[in-house]
Design a protein around this ligand. Structure first.
Ligand code: FES
Length: 595
């Protein structure tokens, strides 16, 4: 039993208990500490290797460097600092000699939260998934608001990738949006996936150095918006960035900034298969979570994407055999008048289901006229956009698995683009962004081949099961390949049986996080949840979840390697002894081989 000399010093051993070149493990005040005696000096170190918990008394010391004997992480014996960033520094305790007794200060205060914030940053810098997982689990366990790690990831991603905003930051934002839908124990896992995606996206990339705003007199936002669109038109990323930064510095509101960027994002058709507008919308959503004080660096990171985006009017599919561009161009000219006519009729438009059927037909001219007609009848911009999202979800719900596997993404791109337009219009009723509704509808039209033949929306069937059973069934389905139609049917049956939609979405979210990070699967699940919220109580809400479940089932199971890393971190956080399990497994394997 250790005795206390004066708080916080605790007697650990007699000098004679620890031979030179040797060590002794002691329990002090709830800590398992190893006392090393090396070259005549005493050192006290937490006996749990910070990497994966291996006992450090089983390591070796040479030239004051302690090496762990599991994965060979190395530590300065005196400071605990590691030479292997994937392992983390080990905690050391100050030692005092009093006569022939070794006393240890066990109460050195550690700011563990600050340390784990730093480790989260290092995890992103070095792209170390286990470090990220450990940091996020620790921080959220200490009741850190998830917005904190999210903001750190947002700042990091916006500055450390010269190409700017990409899939990593989009994934991180999707994960942030999913958090409220997930069970609390799944939330750190979602953040870990998001931050890991940012780290992967930035790994090996040169950093981004932002441009300055124009001098103070440049405050005319109408002119800056016009300049931005001109510069994007000629693919001038630097000119575009300076406009964005200047607009932020000139005090543009979040709505004005959204209006400006959404206009530039819809001056050409379906840019980069819809990714550009989706990324733009996600950047605004990211600022809602991370803080609009980051607007300058985050929105400036979009400029390169605007300038380099692929314009679909330059693609064959949009020009032949039907040239969609003039059809859309004429429709765009009609939007202001249609909006004006419909203005007095708003509030009673209910022709959404019929419009969805028209959008799924195969006449693009009729499609464009139907959209204009809906605006004249009083459909709001948001209602119109929501209806196109429903049509896009139907394409996925009806998707036949006889299509090429990569065609899932064709339907996915339309759905996520349509959803981004919808969310964008909810943010700001930008007249230019209404063109995105027509672009999304054109893409729905182009995707019609994916529904030949068409899989019907599942009907309620089979025996009634309780929600828990349905959730287990979902997990089992996704353990097997290509259970696409069964997954869609499970959604319909579960909702029919009265499962709480929140429980079903939490189950889908957990199933998503079990898999290795797949950008498109994350996108569709997040977009489907967003649309469910908008369409709750209507058949369209069910279709959105059917679409998400079918896409998820088509892309599961994966190797689940990221889940394994996360599980290791979670078990370490709980104090489990993973090395004992590994040693037992090794013993069993050795016995089996020697038989
Ligand atoms: S290096 Fe120590 S547990 Fe891995």
């Amino acid at each position: 039993m250790p005795t206390t000399l004066e708080a916080p010093l605790v007697r650990a051993a007699s000098v004679g208990d620890v031979p030179d070149g040797g060590s002794r493990v002691v329990q002090l005040d709830g800590h398992t500490i190893v006392i090393f005696r090396h070259q005549g000096a005493f050192y006290a170190v937490d006996n749990r290797c910070p990497h994966m918990g291996f006992p450090l008394d089983r390591g070796s010391v040479k030239d004051c460097i302690l090496t762990c004997h599991w994965h060979h992480a190395r530590f300065d014996l005196a400071s605990g600092g590691t030479f292997d960033p994937w392992a983390d520094d080990v905690r050391v305790f100050p030692v005092t000699l009093r006569g022939d007794e070794v006393w240890v200060d066990v109460a050195r205060p550690d700011d563990l939260v600050a340390h784990q914030r730093m480790r989260a940053r290092e995890g992103m810098e070095q792209n170390l998934p286990l470090v990220l997982a450990k940091a996020v689990i620790h921080l959220l366990d200490r009741r850190e608001n998830p917005a904190g790690p999210f903001r750190a990831g947002l700042e990091f991603g916006a500055r450390n990738r010269r190409e700017g905003w990409g899939r990593g930051l989009t994934t991180l934002t999707c994960m942030a949006n999913l958090l409220p839908r997930l069970d609390p124990e799944e939330r750190p896992r979602a953040l870990y996936h998001g931050l890991g995606a940012v780290a992967s996206d930035c790994e090996g990339e040169p950093p981004r150095f932002g441009l300055r705003a124009l001098p103070e007199s440049a405050t005319d936002l109408v002119r800056i918006k016009r300049w931005l669109r001109q510069f994007v038109e000629v693919r001038d990323a630097e000119g575009a960035e300076r406009c964005i930064v200047s607009a932020v510095r000139a005090g543009a509101s979040s709505r004005q900034l959204a209006d400006m960027l959404f206009a530039a994002a819809t001056d050409h058709r379906y840019l980069s298969s819809g990714h550009l507008l989706d990324f733009t919308n996600k950047a605004f959503e990211a600022l809602d979570v991370g803080g609009w004080d980051l607007a300058e660096s985050v929105l400036a990171s979009m400029a390169q994407g605007f300038a380099s985006a692929e314009r679909m009017e330059e693609s064959n599919a949009w020009r032949n055999p039907v040239d969609l561009v003039p059809i859309l161009g004429r429709a765009f000219e009609g939007i202001p008048a249609a909006l004006e006519i419909g203005q007095g009729r708003r509030g009673s438009w209910s022709a959404g289901p019929a419009l969805v059927d028209e959008l799924l037909a195969d006449d693009p001219q009729s499609m464009a006229e139907a959209l204009l007609g809906a605006l004249r009848q009083g459909a709001t911009e948001v209602e119109l956009a929501g209806t196109v999202v429903q049509a896009a979800a139907r394409r996925i719900a009806h998707f036949h698995t006889s299509n090429e596997f990569s065609d899932w993404d064709t339907a996915l791109h339309t759905f996520t683009f349509a959803n981004a337009v919808h969310q964008g219009l909810r943010r700001t009723p930008s007249p230019e962004l209404v063109r995105g509704v027509f672009d999304a509808a054109a893409s729905v039209y182009l995707d019609r081949f994916l529904n030949v033949p068409s899989i019907p929306i599942p009907e309620r069937s089979g025996t009634i099961k309780d929600p828990e059973e349905r959730v287990r069934e979902l997990d089992e389905l996704l353990d097997r390949q290509q259970r696409v139609n069964e997954a869609g049917a499970l959604v319909v049956n579960s909702l029919h049986e009265g499962i709480e939609p929140g429980q079903l979405m939490a189950a889908l979210g957990r199933a998503l996080l079990r898999e290795d990070r797949n950008f498109h699967t994350i996108q569709i699940v997040e977009a489907a949840f967003q649309h469910y919220q908008f369409a709750a109580g209507t058949p369209a809400a069910t279709v959105a979840l059917v679409a998400a479940a079918r896409y998820l089932a088509a892309h599961a199971p994966t190797a689940r390697a990221q889940g394994q890393t996360y599980e290791i971190a979670r078990r370490l956080h709980r104090g489990e002894r993973l090395h004992e399990e590994a040693e037992a497994a090794t013993t069993l394997a050795t016995r089996a081989v020697s038989k």
